[in-house]
Design a protein around this ligand. Structure first.
Ligand code: DX5
Ligand code: ZN
Length: 231
């Protein structure tokens, strides 16, 4: 992995929803690489957030990719809607789809990059069969549903295991797959998380708790990047 290859993806779950357009513009101006967009349905997870209409509404406000994290069950019906709403990445939890391979194909058929999300206690076995169909692996470092939770340390071992799989896939001539981590990422742990193999970092409360959107977001994003790269 090259040192330049790290990406910060602020999760708008912790943004001020009454001024979402300004918030996403502010994070792009502050150096964000992706907008992380958390979709919760009060069925797969015990919380309810935002859907395709909100994705469509923020799309014209940013040029960076929108990284849609679906915490919904079932999954498939929402894929065309999010693709139409301007999503670039769509990730889902495999246990929320009856036919994981089909859902992955559906995402790519709609012109988006596809990814699988693994909860803290979910094994990685099914990765063996889908490496050529995914563009991203997202490891949850908290149980999904809420911002502001504490990073679960066993995620580090799991990141190392996924990193080894991705590197082996690439060494065998496969394409690059991004390794994203989501939950409890802050300046004081992002360094070890990167060392364990992550290259893409979701940060919700860490970024949006900054006191002022313009300077504050930029400062936190710079700190996260510096700590991740051990500068
Ligand atoms: C949790 C969401 C996360 C969350 C991260 O279910 O998927 O994206 O917003 O928030 P922090 O960074 O505050 O843990
Ligand atoms: Zn998320």
């Amino acid at each position: 992995m090259k040192t330049s290859e790290i990406r910060i993806a602020p999760s708008i779950l912790s943004a001020d929803f009454s001024r979402l357009g300004e918030e996403v513009r502010a994070i792009e101006a502050a150096g964000a690489d992706l907008v992380h967009f958390d979709v919760m349905d009060n069925h797969y997870v015990p919380n309810l957030t935002i859907g395709p209409l909100v994705c469509e509404a923020i799309r014209p406000h940013v040029t960076i990719p929108i990284d849609v994290h679906l915490m919904v069950e079932p999954v498939d019906a929402l894929i065309p809607l999010f693709a139409k709403a301007g999503a670039n990445f769509i990730t889902f939890h495999p246990e929320a789809s009856r036919h994981v391979d089909r859902t992955l194909s559906l995402i790519r058929e709609h012109g988006c990059k596809a990814g699988l999300v693994f909860n803290p206690a979910m094994p990685l076995d099914l990765l063996d069969y889908v490496m050529d169909k995914i563009d991203m692996v997202l490891l949850m470092s908290v149980n999904p549903g809420f911002a502001g939770q504490k990073f679960i340390p066993s995620t580090l071992t799991k990141l190392t295991a996924v990193r080894a799989r991705i590197d082996a896939h690439q060494a065998a001539g496969g394409h690059n797959i991004w390794l994203e981590v989501d939950g409890g990422v802050r300046a004081d742990n992002i360094g070890v998380i990167r060392q364990a193999g992550a290259d893409t970092f979701v940060a919700g409360s860490a970024v949006f708790s900054a006191p002022d959107p313009d300077k504050g977001y930029r400062t936190i994003m710079q700190q996260l990047r510096a700590q991740a790269l051990n500068l």
